[in-house]
Design a protein around this ligand. Structure first.
Ligand SMILES: Cc1ncc(COP(=O)(O)O)c(C=O)c1O
Length: 191
């Protein structure tokens, strides 16, 4: 078992995102991967770690030795600082995503657009109106509202019927995007 815990620090529910390694017996059967991309805004720095089953870590280490060269030391130092020093910024960032999520879903509700409110991560998965595929709807939003979303079908069979919104801009900008979408004739008719 390999558990990807990329969004382990971004959670809005009472219960924190659960680490695989917190489960009994986890270390006997698997490892957890943790990228620093999301928690510390280090996307593109290619820095992450794996923890868990010793044999699997050893195998990973062997592969790493042969497939990669080491990370630039400044990135290693930055990663160490990110992990060791105060985690206050992680909390602040989590609250920022929570505020964006709330603003986005309030605006979506006003235009009658349904989706599932996430308990974690910085994505919103929104329903595609009847008569549209994810791909056609994503295209419509881009062409007619000037809003870029990710076509859900690109994430596998269960993504069809949805588009994915990244809550990666300010609340004002997210609300503006929803308002523009709400002005489309299809939303005037009711989604
Ligand atoms: C679920 C998930 N896992 C892993 C990653 C990989 O992050 P990175 O390649 O930046 O370390 C991402 C990044 O988008 C992600 O969304």
């Amino acid at each position: 078992m390999v558990h990807d815990f990329a969004y382990g620090a971004i959670g809005f529910a009472k219960e924190k995102p659960r680490s695989f390694l917190a489960e009994k017996g986890a270390k006997e059967v698997g490892i957890e991967l943790y990228t620093l991309s999301k928690t510390y805004n280090m996307a593109g720095w290619r820095v992450a770690f794996a923890a868990g089953n010793a044999e699997m870590i050893e195998a990973l280490n062997l592969l790493q030795d042969h497939l990669y060269v080491s990370l630039f030391p400044a990135i290693q130092d930055a990663a160490a600082a990110a992990l060791i020093e105060s985690q206050e910024t992680v909390q602040t960032q989590n609250e920022r995503y929570r505020a964006r999520k709330d603003a986005f879903f309030q605006a979506a509700k006003r235009i009658g657009w349904n989706g599932s409110v996430p308990d974690g991560s910085f994505f919103a998965w929104m329903k595609v109106p009847d008569g549209y595929t994810s791909s056609r709807f994503a295209r419509l939003l881009l062409d007619e509202a000037g809003v870029a979303v990710a076509d859900g079908s690109g994430f596998g069979e269960f993504g069809e019927g949805y588009v994915r919104i990244g809550l990666l801009v300010s609340e004002e900008r997210l609300v503006e995007a929803v308002n523009r979408i709400g002005n489309l004739p299809i939303f005037q008719k009711k989604c």
